[in-house]
Design a protein around this ligand. Structure first.
Ligand code: NDP
Length: 267
């Protein structure tokens, strides 16, 4: 039996227990996966209590991914570069921190949407925590370039610089985006949460694959993509399921069937 959990605040609406229950059933694995609401400022104590009670691993969501990064006793390269941890595996007294968000996005793009990222020009909107977690896995697919555009240009420039040893990157302000078509545009801003669309040139969406990390509703970015003739438009539900699958595999070494779970969640 694997004793697993997800920590967050709020946590009530997390889909993770439902996703992991389906993975457990598919792979005939005994799993007890619970939601834990950690008080702000108290994540580390709550997580250590869970470990002491026999926890084998846990996910971490908003706002504790940086606390989890600090709690981990060792980090994968993904986690190190992301500066945040969304998955911890307990091995005796070791807490191994991983970040599966970027792997989840890449697996959704490649396996579920059938895309290749090799030699593609990728534009990421936003330079927050989500962007920091997705840049390395995207670069590992050998795109021709990963461009990061952010409202606060300096943050995009810094991230582009931090990742430049892993591939071709550049960073600039949203106002510097040109009207030329781009292969893949990823909205990693939190603007969708406020029902807003980042203010950018329309022409870049023409024929592009437009992907919003947010899920659960048609976002202003997805509407903008449609109005500006994007070729493929997707939300982040597939990424959510894929990051969960990568966590499940990290703990159990079993690979679940994500497409069946995505289909169930879209019903
Ligand atoms: P952060 O708060 O770390 O960063 C927010 C980013 O959005 C910043 O770059 C900020 O720019 C930018 N931004 C906010 N509002 C606007 C606006 N109106 N116009 C332009 N830019 C704006 O958030 P995260 O990176 O953690 O999360 C981003 C999104 O990714 C969220 O919607 C989240 O739900 C989603 N997500 C989805 C996952 C999935 O599994 N599908 C996993 C992880 C995240 P500035 O720096 O100038 O303030």
């Amino acid at each position: 039996m694997y004793n697993l959990a997800v920590f967050g605040n709020p946590i009530e609406h997390s889909l993770s227990p439902a996703i992991h229950a389906q993975f457990a059933q598919q792979t005939a694995t005994q799993v007890n996966y619970t939601k834990i609401l950690a008080p702000i400022g108290n994540f580390s104590q709550e997580a250590q209590r869970f470990v002491a009670s026999g926890g084998d691993g846990f996910n971490i969501t908003v706002p504790f991914k940086i606390d989890a990064f600090e709690l981990a006793t060792e980090l994968t390269l993904n986690a190190k570069m992301a500066g945040a941890v969304n998955t911890i595996k307990v091995q005796e007294d070791r807490l191994i921190g991983e970040n599966t968000d970027g792997l989840g996005l890449v697996n959704d793009l490649i396996q579920n949407l059938g895309l290749s990222l090799k030699n593609k020009k990728i534009l990421i909107l936003g330079a927050g925590g989500a962007t920091q977690g997705i840049v390395l896995p995207l670069l590992q697919q050998q795109p021709s370039r990963v461009m990061i555009a952010n409202r606060t240009a300096s943050k995009a420039e810094k991230l582009a610089d931090d990742f430049s040893k892993y591939g071709s990157t550049c960073g600039f302000g949203l106002d510097k985006i040109k009207s030329d078509p781009i292969d893949i545009i990823i909205n990693a801003t939190s603007a969708s949460l406020d029902g807003k669309m980042p203010d950018i040139a329309n022409g870049c969406a023409h024929g592009a694959i437009c992907y919003d990390l947010m899920y659960g509703q048609q976002t202003p970015f997805m509407t903008w993509a449609k109005e500006n003739n994007a070729s493929i438009i997707a939300d982040g539900l597939g990424m959510l399921v894929e990051q969960a699958a990568s966590s499940f595999e990290f703990w159990t070494e079993k690979k679940p069937d994500t497409q069946a779970v995505i289909k169930n969640l879209r019903r």
